[in-house]
Design a protein around this ligand. Structure first.
Ligand SMILES: [Zn+2]
Ligand SMILES: [Zn+2]
Length: 125
């Protein structure tokens, strides 16, 4: 359990159950790991990537029934992992959806949105 505010054991989640079948359901609230942050989402965008995932799927997409949609969001930090000292409960944050590998040529130049290891979790992307 991280440091922070008390919050409910469940949350509302927009889950993809099949193509063009998104339902808002209750799901267990995640518990942040040592280097993670739990955010109470207060707004969430829907981007072209979401529409592709909903209508026809994308590479390495989580299975139907498990995939919680929404990757462009903002909210308030409610808990932080033990290794986090950059944020604290109560901070208002927006999420950077791109995370580069940090080691390819483009990432080293600061162009992490054009990471050469895009989609390769084993290489940190
Ligand atoms: Zn997006
Ligand atoms: Zn990279």
């Amino acid at each position: 359990m991280g440091k922070g505010m008390d919050c409910p054991e469940t949350m509302k989640a927009a889950v993809l159950f099949g193509f063009n079948d998104v339902r808002v359901v209750e799901r267990p609230r995640p518990v942040p790991g040592p280097d993670e942050i739990l955010i109470r989402v207060e707004s969430c965008g829907v981007c072209a990537g979401d529409l592709k995932m909903i209508s026809r799927g994308m590479l390495k997409q989580p299975p139907f029934g498990e995939f919680i949609l929404g990757h462009e969001y903002a909210g308030t930090v409610v808990q932080v992992g033990g290794a986090i000292d950059e944020f604290a409960a109560g901070d208002r944050v927006a999420v950077e959806v791109h995370k580069g590998c940090g080691r390819c040529r483009n990432c080293l130049l600061g162009k992490y949105t054009a990471c050469l290891n895009y989609g390769d979790l084993a290489r940190g992307r």
